[in-house]
Design a protein around this ligand. Structure first.
Ligand code: ZN
Length: 259
């Protein structure tokens, strides 16, 4: 945000200058400085690198039904399809190529700390009062990274539901916290990429059903024990050595959601 503002000021200033300066300004919009991350080239199938990996994190919530987008830095058909769904969801030109329009939408959606607009690290780190993502089986930074990926999926889910708020009642839990709340010993909440959702403007079943289209491999909701007041979503498939659909576990029998 802050950086954008400076850029706008710079552009306005340059526009007031005569001649050659204007030509320079016309080309300028390609160079965007974002507080979190800036892409410097268009990305399409066949490209690879850290910029692709950063893009994959942002579009992971636009996976195919019952699938995931692998965050591997390689722009293949899976990434292209996710980019197309992202573009379609936000009314952009649907071509599967990440260019200025797609990046512009991502810049609009992301905060300077890289979290998506409607979710925050604080909200995901509230299991027993917030511990800076420490105290779990993974390092605090690895846990935080998983929480970030979870949030981008949640942002996509929120969009898929028609921009309905999705309050998170519990995200990451340290081992001690998980024990305290009586969580399963192998709970996905320990890894940072699980969230319990308590929507107020859409039904739990709407959330459980829609989550199937946003890269969540763990979904538990109404009809599953202890989930009559919340929908749990997680990314267990990414954490499993078996990354196939076998590691998907969905159960919300009252909503018609199952494996
Ligand atoms: Zn849960």
């Amino acid at each position: 945000m802050r950086v954008n503002m400076l850029k706008r000021v710079a552009v306005a200033f340059a526009l007031a200058l005569p001649g050659a300066a204007i030509a320079t300004v016309v080309a300028a919009p390609a160079a965007h400085a974002d507080g979190c991350y800036t892409w410097n080239r268009n990305l399409s199938q066949g490209t690879s690198g850290e910029d692709v990996r950063q893009l994959q994190i942002r579009v992971a919530g636009w996976a195919a039904y019952r699938s995931i987008v692998r965050v591997d830095g390689k722009y293949g058909p899976e990434t292209a399809a996710a980019v197309k769904r992202f573009q379609s969801a936000y009314g952009l030109r649907v071509d599967g190529i990440a260019g200025p329009q797609t990046f512009g939408k991502i810049y609009e959606l992301q905060d300077d700390d890289c979290t998506p607009k409607h979710f925050s690290y604080a909200e995901l780190d509230n299991g027993c009062g917030g511990s800076g993502f420490s105290g779990g089986p993974l390092s605090a930074s690895a846990t935080r990274e998983k929480a970030l990926r979870e949030m981008w999926k949640l942002e996509a889910l929120r969009r898929g539901l028609g921009d309905k708020p999705l309050p998170v009642s519990s995200g990451f839990r340290s081992t001690a916290c998980n024990r305290q709340v009586g969580g399963a010993s192998d709970s996905q909440h320990l890894y940072g990429d699980a969230a319990d959702l308590t929507p107020r403007t859409v039904s739990l079943c709407q959330v459980a059903r829609e989550a199937r289209y946003h890269g969540f491999s763990g979904i538990f909701g109404p009809g599953y024990p202890d989930h009559s007041n919340q929908v749990h979503v997680d990314s267990r498939r990414e954490n499993n050595s078996d990354k196939s659909a076998n590691s998907t576990f969905w159960s919300a029998p009252n909503c018609g959601v199952g494996n």
